[in-house]
Design a binder for this molecule. Structure first.
Ligand code: EPZ
Length: 438
């Protein structure tokens, strides 16, 4: 039985959406609990499937967790093994974030090599080379990474070829228990990396340069969990996704619990396209008073325009007057959503890392299939602009990173429902349907 979202397009939206905690902040934060035996408490945690996959992984390693209202408790005092199995890595590549902390805490770690994913090959060579700089021995056997540092990790200077987000995070966590000084150059500057660095600071690690390309930290052998609950920062990608709603469906949207300072590049682009956006503290308002204008968009590491909003702004630009040019610099295969947008009637041409979007094109509801997390959000946005009914399959992608999306959208007037295919032809039914003898 396949689940799908059924969306009736062209209903103007209005009301308030509360932004959830950031998936890409809570995942490294949960991995960091491995570093300090004891109990951590987090609030503003996004209840998305990737969260529960990471909690399942921590439980597999020997940690215990429980939810109480808005609080998530994790106790890592009984961790008994340092192996992250393929079954979990396959389901969520961010499981590789356990490599640095497990190696730091136990002096060894065995983590399944993540494969590719729909948006690209996604190697982890920068993670591994950085760990070697910290004194680890890295071997590969039977699809697993075996890392060992029997004498413990030692601080070092690491220069990343690319400001990789999870490489920076893995190395910060490994260096947190290393003896001496570590300096990471060409470090990622994303707010989620800053959030992790601040959490390490709460464990007693001396750290400076967060949010810049040069982070310096002094490891400590015996960190302890923070004494106070830690609030997960708001999800800037969810915020950017919902800010676009008025450009697709009309009306006016208010977002609560957001952090506008994480979105300077997206806000500039959205306003250039014709969206009116106002900011007051943790609240943002968006509406689209006039015809949208075509844009040039180039994705880049933070603080540039985020690749995680590329699919979503492409949906918007199908409704903009003129020809837009979108260049995806981070991942080599992050245009899967183009083919589904074309099925809704969008005029898009792809040439290597560039997509040319002509608009405005009236979209028509159709059945579409999401290929990855942000592609699914893009298809929801496009469906809200499409005439008639759209069915979006592949909800397992959407549920990884958007908390209660259909509830949040329904509350502001969207005609959206989660349904199951009544007629799901199995093998023999399909054969019978074709009139063949079994
Ligand atoms: C993080 O992935 C995010 N995931 C991604 O969000 C996000 O798209 C990406 O950063 C870029 O912002 C999490 O934080 C869990 P990278 P990450 O390492 O760390 C290359 C979502 O939708 N690279 O910064 O894997 C890599 O191939 C997800 O929430 C290497 O070559 O991204 C890519 O071209 C999707 N070697 C570039 O760097 C390495 O060792 C940037 O990747 C590591 C990365």
């Amino acid at each position: 039985m396949r689940e799908y979202l059924e969306i009736e397009g062209r209903y103007s939206l209005s009301g308030t959406i509360r932004i959830s905690g950031a998936k890409n902040a809570v995942l490294p934060a949960l991995a960091a609990t491995i570093l300090a035996p004891g109990t951590f408490v987090f609030t503003n945690v996004p209840r998305v499937s990737d969260l529960y996959t990471m909690l399942e992984l921590l439980n597999y390693l020997g940690a215990f967790w429980r939810e109480e209202g808005d609080r998530l408790w994790i106790d890592t005092s009984q961790l008994e093994q340092a192996e992250t199995p393929y079954a979990l890595v396959r389901r969520m590549r961010a499981s590789v974030l356990t490599l640095g902390p497990l190696l730091a805490r136990f002096g060894r770690a065995r983590v399944a090599l993540p494969g590719g994913c729909p948006i690209g090959k996604r190697p982890i060579d920068l993670h591994l080379r950085g760990l070697e700089r910290l004194g680890a021995r890295i071997e590969f056997s039977h699809g697993y990474i075996k890392a060992s540092a029997p004498q413990g990790l030692k601080g070092a200077e690491i220069i990343l070829d690319i400001p990789s987000v999870t490489a920076t995070e893995n190395l910060l966590m490994a260096a947190a228990l290393a003896s001496g000084r570590t300096e990471i150059r060409n470090a990622a500057r994303e707010p989620e990396v800053v959030f992790l660095g601040r959490l390490l600071g709460l464990l007693g690690v001396k750290i400076a340069g967060l949010g810049t390309e040069r982070i310096v930290l002094y490891g400590r052998p015996d960190p302890s969990p923070p004494s106070q609950p830690v609030a997960i920062i708001p999800d800037r990608i969810e915020t950017g996704t919902y800010l676009l709603l008025p450009g697709l469906a009309g009306g006016e949207i208010e977002l609560a619990g957001a952090e506008a300072s994480f979105l300077e590049a997206p806000l500039e682009k959205f306003r250039a396209a014709g969206l009116e956006i106002e900011v007051e503290g943790s609240r943002l308002w968006a509406y689209a008073p006039r015809r949208l204008k075509a844009l040039e968009v180039v994705t880049a590491p933070y603080p540039g325009f985020p690749t995680d909003l590329q699919a979503q702004i492409m949906a918007l630009l199908t409704q903009a007057q003129g020809v837009s040019v979108i260049t995806e610099n981070l991942f080599e295969n992050r245009f899967q959503h183009v083919f589904e947008l074309q099925r809704l009637g969008a005029q898009i041409k792809v040439d290597g890392r560039t997509a040319i979007v002509s608009g405005p094109t009236p979209l028509q509801g159709a059945e579409v299939e999401a290929s990855d997390l942000r592609a699914s959000a893009c298809l929801v946005l496009a469906a809200l602009a499409a005439e008639g009914r759209t069915r979006i399959y592949g909800l397992e992608h959407l549920d990884r990173g958007y908390e209660r999306m259909e509830e949040k959208l329904k509350a502001v007037g969207a005609r959206i429902r989660r349904k199951r295919d009544a007629l799901e032809l199995g093998g023999d039914q399909r054969a019978r349907a074709r009139g063949k003898a079994l």
